[in-house]
Write a protein that binds this ligand. Structure first.
Ligand code: ADP
Ligand code: ASP
Ligand code: MG
Length: 827
């Protein structure tokens, strides 16, 4: 299939909430965030400036524009501070026009009250209709190639006032039609959140906080790689930070957890945001626009969150709830009763949040008591109705609830002095939800936070950036390598972006009882070392990064697929499973080392080589796909660039110039004919001409040309260099870029052996004892678009790591020998 440019890199959607664009300073930060976090194809979604939506709603209510005037000033001030003369004039003109239109709308509401609901949407839409062009101009002034897009051309909805429902198919088609051409042209689209339009052209809104939802709809439409919600807190917290002072950031959440939290009151995410993202498997990241580069900040919502037995992750709450109880001993068991009941709510379009039934009654909660009288009147035909106002919902959330009995008892024991009613556990089983009196809700949330999230011995995976030295208990379940491999694959970690997977692993390992230390090598790219507390004589090691592009996991009976399946996330999972089994056998003198950047420059391994724990290590089992054979040798590597120079000229008179391309091709021909050295142990030297570039265009004699070669060495570099130099002669300049010698590795009896043609991190981990190399999966599947690993091979890998580990640890433990020339020579 021919690929269009848009196939190559998935866009990143960045949504900026009201506080993230509230003034000039905040708007100024957005440019840096888009640059550093938006990837090559960013799409920006903007909320109205903080407070503007409220002010516009006030205007619609009061029939006067007075309350909006200070906000006109705020927009003006941002424009004055951040825009150049021309852009400023244009925006101020737009602002003036908007004020005029708003004046007319507000006046019309007074005249035609029947149209209030519809006009109100039109009025509040100006919040985002102003913030989007303003931010477009601010980003342009900062040098970004932006273009404003009217969100009403993208988000297609029904006409329900105040909380319109989008039509997903139409929205996806329109969004792609509007945005993909811009992205392909290298332009950054900026659109307002929260607003849309019906097919008939009526302006609509998606409900308060709806810009998050817009971002998710746009992300789903474009198949985004990530949806980022930039707000005023560092991600989703263990409780509402306005209520619980000790609330902390939760590093990762599953889609189900995030959906429950948002639904039951965690305002940081609009409740409908998760569904479109989950449908397309797009990770949602919640970050703090005031501390955009804080590597410890932020929450990643994805399919790969931690299951965390015994504890909960967060407590959400929502005040101002009304409980409706319908009692009817006679009717309750009767056929059709519940349906009739819900039909009443449906007819009045009153959403029900929580439902609980007893033998004689049904209780439900509603958020919006405004429509209740009409509903109650109808419900009375079904039974006795009791309405309890001023209640609050508390929702305790965590994937661990699925598996952990006794949580409910702990929750209710904690708040035993507070009256609790209506208890329900959601269908997703990741939440426990109940009702308390509104006046007690904050106190209850604080008590629960203290009991469940502060005293918990195994914390909520919240990572300090410094070494973590948390006391750890053992968990006795074993690691399922297939499941873990998939979870790891689903967290993108292309070289340079390893942080999320490192953080996931760190909390995962901590829960297994390891002491984990993050190696903050290049900023934001932590590798990690995990030990049991004892000096590790044996360390399993592999890399966290993958080649691009990321693609998510899948599986069938035979294989697990996805980027990193065999290189090296499946391997990592197998290593951890083996380590856990060794620990179950009572060995604690082992450790784990997972590094970044193996696929690029091995920066992670170089940093890890200086770690003090290395001194304790006697054996390093490095993991790369060797088809489960013990690699007794890795070929070396020599990377070379050849540069030829020519004399340019008109192509019609080749004799007047000298084509660098022709010269280079001749030289390369001779390079291809070289008889490279052979080695009995390592096999043959190979030479790949990987890149040829040069010239300017077809009718010009090429003035320059370049070729990049990668030679796999089976000997020292000297004879190879000599052969190369002889073949090339003076026709091209030779630049030697990097050199890694071939490495002989240790053999262990009873393991099938091989020599691999590729290089690994082993030479850079020279302080970590004697290296061995073994891993499930085939190098021929690595780096391909169908990267995969056979499940049977993965299981076999666990067995082999276990066997190898046992064999090595059973050896007497002499002091770590310095590595000989055969292994670990530095390039
Ligand atoms: P934005 O304007 O960026 O969309 P919101 O005000 O809608 O921001 O959401 C962010 C706010 O949500 C935070 O300032 C915080 O007070 C509130 N909040 C409530 N519960 C949570 C929670 N569990 N985690 C983080 N923030 C929460
Ligand atoms: N401006 C809208 C609101 O305040 C939408 C949003 O900010 O997400 O509700
Ligand atoms: Mg919000």
């Amino acid at each position: 299939m021919e690929r269009t440019p848009s196939d190559h890199v998935a866009p990143t959607v960045l949504k900026f909430g009201g506080t993230s664009v509230e003034d000039a300073a905040a708007c100024g930060r957005v440019a840096g965030i888009v640059r550093r976090h938006g990837g090559p194809r960013p799409v920006v979604v903007a909320s109205a400036l903080a407070g503007v939506t409220d002010a516009l709603l006030g205007c619609a209510r009061e029939g006067s524009l007075r309350g909006f005037d200070p906000h006109v000033e705020r927009h003006r001030e941002i424009a004055q501070r951040l825009l150049g003369a021309e852009a400023k004039t244009a925006f101020l003109g737009e602002l003036e026009r908007a004020r005029g239109e708003l004046g007319a709308l507000v006046e019309r509401i007074g005249r035609e009250p029947a149209l209030r609901a519809r006009l109100q949407d039109e009025i509040v839409s100006y919040g985002e209709r102003l913030s989007a062009p303003l931010l477009t101009a601010v980003l342009a002034a900062a040098g970004l190639p932006t273009r404003q897009v009217d969100a009403r051309r993208c988000i297609v909805t029904d006409e329900t006032p105040g909380r319109a429902t989008p039509d997903p198919a139409a929205t996806a088609a329109r969004t792609r039609a509007e945005l993909v051409p811009l992205l392909d042209a290298g332009t950054i689209p900026v659109l307002g959140g929260y607003i849309g339009a019906s097919a008939g052209g009526v302006t609509t809104t998606l409900g308060r906080g709806g810009s998050d939802y817009t971002a998710a709809l746009v992300g789903a439409a474009l198949g985004a790689g990530e949806i980022q919600i930039w707000t005023d807190v560092s991600g989703v917290q263990t409780a509402d930070p306005r209520v619980v002072r000790g609330a902390r950031t939760i590093p990762s959440l599953s889609y189900a957890e995030a959906a429950e939290l948002a639904y039951f009151g965690a305002k940081v995410l609009h409740p409908k945001t998760i569904q479109p993202a989950m449908d397309r498997g797009i990770p949602v990241r919640i970050c703090n626009s005031r501390a955009p580069d804080d590597p410890g900040g932020g929450t990643l919502v994805s399919g790969a969150a931690d299951v965390w037995p015994g504890t909960v992750k967060s407590i959400a709450h929502k005040s101002g709830i009304t409980v409706v109880q319908i009692s009817s001993a006679r009717m309750l068991g009767a056929y059709g009763f519940l349906r009739a009941l819900f039909e009443v709510f449906d007819r009045h379009e009153l959403p029900v949040d929580v439902v609980a039934t007893s033998e004689v009654s049904v209780s439900l909660t509603v958020d919006d008591a405004g429509r209740l009288p009409a509903v109650v009147a109808e419900l009375e035909a079904l039974g006795d109705v009791e309405v309890q106002r001023r209640r609050a919902i508390i929702c305790v959330v965590g994937e661990g609830l699925r598996t952990t009995p006794g949580i409910a008892a702990r929750v209710f024991e904690t708040i035993r002095d507070i009256n609790v009613s209506l208890i329900s556990q959601g269908a997703s089983r990741v939440n426990l939800t109940f009702i308390v009196d509104d006046e007690h809700v904050e106190e209850a949330v604080r008590q629960l936070h203290t009991a469940l999230l502060e005293r918990a011995e195994r914390g909520p995976g919240v990572l300090a950036r410094a070494p973590i030295r948390r006391a750890a208990g053992r968990r006795d379940d074993t690691v399922d390598p297939v499941e873990l491999a998939r979870r790891l694959i689903d967290i993108p970690s292309v070289s340079g972006e390893e942080e999320a997977v490192a953080r996931f692993l760190a909390s995962h390992l901590e829960r297994l009882g390891y002491r984990v230390e993050l190696l903050e090598a290049p900023p934001g790219r932590p590798g990690l070392v995990a030990t049991t507390g004892a000096p590790p004589r044996l360390v399993f090691s592999t890399h966290l990064d993958t080649v691009p592009p990321h693609f998510a996991s899948g599986e069938d009976d035979e294989y697990v697929y996805g980027r990193g399946a065999c290189d090296a996330k499946g391997i990592l999972a197998a290593q951890l499973a083996a380590a856990e089994r060794l620990r179950a056998e009572g060995r604690n003198d082992l450790g784990l080392l997972f590094v970044v950047d193996e696929e690029r420059g091995s920066v992670g391994a170089r940093v890890a080589n200086a770690h003090p724990v290395a001194r304790e290590c006697r054996w390093l089992i490095d993991g790369e796909p060797t088809e489960n054979k013990l690699a007794v040798g890795c070929k070396g590597s020599l990377r070379v660039t050849l540069r030829a120079e020519g004399t340019g000229g008109h192509s019609a008179y080749p004799e007047r110039g000298r084509s660098a391309i022709h010269v280079l091709l001749d030289a390369l021909d001779d390079v291809r004919a070289v008889a490279w050295p052979m080695d009995e142990y390592f096999g043959e030297t190979t030479c790949n001409i990987g890149v040829i570039v040069g010239g300017t265009q077809a009718n010009v004699i090429a003035p320059d040309a370049r070729a990049d070669l990668h030679i796999r060495l089976v000997t020292d570099q000297a004879p190879v260099r000599e052969l190369l130099e002889r073949a090339v002669g003076s026709r091209a300049r030779i630049e030697y870029l990097s050199f890694t010698p071939p490495v002989r590795l240790t053999a262990v009896p009873d393991f099938e052996q091989c020599v691999v043609g590729y290089t690994t991190d082993v030479p850079h981990l020279s302080n970590w004892g004697t290296p061995l190399l073994l891993g499930p999966g085939s190098i021929h599947d690595a780096h391909t678009a169908r990267e995969r690993i056979a499940k049977a091979e993965l299981e076999r890998g666990v067995e082999l790591y276990l066997r190898l580990g046992r064999a090595l640890l059973a050896e007497a433990a002499p002091a770590p020998a310095p590595r000989g020339k055969t292994a670990g020579a530095r390039p």
